[in-house]
Each structure stands twice: as structure tokens, then as C-alpha cells.
Design a protein. Structure first.
Length: 256
């Protein structure tokens, strides 16, 4: 954009006054432009955040329902509420997100068909994972297989069990040995700075899911029942693209 400010002119103050008027007008234009961009990009960020919140809630809801169905199939449907409370409390105490805890518990309950045993094994798995750096999923898989009589995965984890231990001890004795060695590791890890930051991260993710749930409930009336809530989430992405195109158009106009 070329700005011509006529200062050199016949004296009488006219040239300077004209220049001042143009500078003042330009200044106002810049301020209006800044306000416009703030509005455009603010709307784009809101659209993106809203879509992410709704998507987060949808994924959480899907995982909760999957666990509920699994429990119902095992004849344990009446325990869904307390299990969700247990997972929420475990997330806060262990600094491990519920999107890892839920599938881990689901795998254990599928192997043991026993709530108390599954909870004890999940607590143990968290301690082993924190104490060794092994992934929670790999530890849970090894414990599930060992409960069903196959110790190969436990041996591959290299968590202090000798071949003699695995050959001569029953599952309860192996659990007792592992508990004695790793007890308290998950709690200690959660108490570190890294653990505390992860707890905050998990809390922020939960807050996003809660917001997503509220948005879904408030926007359900605007959603076509034939397409479902996913169509609404996709609509927010389209909105973000449209807002971005407006911003691009504005920049093109200004550059010319």
C-alpha cells in the first residue's frame, strides 16, 4: 500500500494540515484493521477449541460406554459407577490419564472376571510401570496372560523374576513378590514435578471433556438427528476454514 503525504506545498499551513489529516486517517485505519484481525483470529481459535472439546467428549463417552458394555457382558453392569469413580481417583493419585487406565482395567477384568482382583492388578501394574519405565499396557498384558497361566510375557519384561520363580511359583506368589519389590512406585512418581505437571495436564483434559459435554447437550437441538453430533463437530472445522479465508481476503485487500 502506497501512502502519499503532501507536505511540500505553498506555505499557508495547508500542506501540513493535509498531511496531518492523512496521518490521522491512516492511524484510524490501522486501529480498525487490528481490531478486525483480533476478532477474526479470536473467532477461529474459539471454533477450533470448541471442536476439540466436543471431539474429546465424544472419545471419552465412547470409551466409557465400551467399558460399560464389557462389564454388562460379564454380568457386572451394576458396578459401572463405582469403577468410573475408582478410575477417576486412580488418575489423580497416579498421574496416569484415564484414557490409559480404562483400557488397562478393561483388559484385566476380561482376564480375571473379578473386580477386586482387577483393581489390585491394575495398582500393581502402575507400580511396575513407574518403577521400570515399561509401558502400562505392556505390563497389564503380561499380568493378564500370567493370570491365565502364561508367564512368557512376564519373563520378557525383565522385572526381576527368574526362570525358577516363574517355573515354581503360582500366580499369587508372583504377585506377592512383585508387590514387595515395586510397591509405592506409582505414588512416588506422581509426587515428582513431572508427575504433578501430568496431574495438571490430566485435569485440563478432563475440563475440556466436561466443556465438550456441556456444548453437546446445549447444541443437540441444532443437530440433524440423521447426521448425529459428528456432523456438528465437522461444522466447526468448516467454520474455522471460512474464518481463515476471510482473514486471507483481508490481507489481500490490504496488500493491494
Amino acid at each position: 500500500m502506497t501512502i502519499r503525504i503532501p507536505i511540500i506545498s505553498e506555505w499557508q499551513g495547508k500542506g501540513i494540515k493535509d498531511a496531518q489529516k492523512q496521518i490521522s486517517a491512516f492511524d484510524k485505519s490501522v486501529k480498525r484493521l487490528g481490531s478486525t484481525f483480533a476478532t477474526v483470529f479470536g473467532a477461529r481459535q474459539i471454533a477450533r477449541f470448541t471442536k476439540n472439546a466436543i471431539s474429546a467428549f465424544i472419545e471419552e463417552d465412547k470409551a466409557v460406554n465400551a467399558l460399560a458394555i464389557n462389564l454388562r457382558n460379564l454380568g457386572l453392569a451394576y458396578d459401572v459407577g463405582p469403577i468410573e469413580d475408582y478410575i477417576a481417583a486412580l488418575q489423580r493419585s497416579s498421574a496416569v490419564a484415564d484414557d490409559q487406565l480404562r483400557p488397562a482395567f478393561q483388559q484385566l477384568i476380561g482376564a480375571t472376571n473379578n473386580l477386586a482382583v482387577s483393581q489390585n492388578l491394575l495398582n500393581l501394574a502402575l507400580d511396575i510401570s513407574a518403577g521400570t519405565g515399561k509401558s502400562l499396557s505392556s505390563v497389564v498384558q503380561a499380568l493378564s496372560r500370567a493370570y491365565l497361566g502364561t508367564n512368557t510375557s512376564l519373563q520378557r519384561l525383565n522385572i526381576g523374576l527368574s526362570k525358577a520363580d516363574l517355573a515354581t511359583k503360582n500366580f499369587d506368589e508372583i504377585v506377592e513378590q512383585l508387590t514387595s519389590r515395586f510397591q509405592g512406585q506409582a505414588s512416588a512418581a506422581a509426587g515428582t514435578y513431572a508427575g504433578q505437571m501430568q496431574i495438571l495436564t490430566n485435569a485440563a483434559a478432563d475440563a475440556q471433556e466436561i466443556l465438550g459435554e456441556k456444548l453437546v447437550k446445549s447444541l443437540e437441538k441444532l443437530t440433524d438427528p440423521q447426521k448425529g453430533i459428528h456432523a456438528l463437530a465437522d461444522g466447526f472445522e468448516k467454520l474455522a476454514e471460512d474464518v481463515g479465508n476471510v482473514a486471507l481476503g483481508l490481507s489481500t485487500i490490504i496488500s493491494n
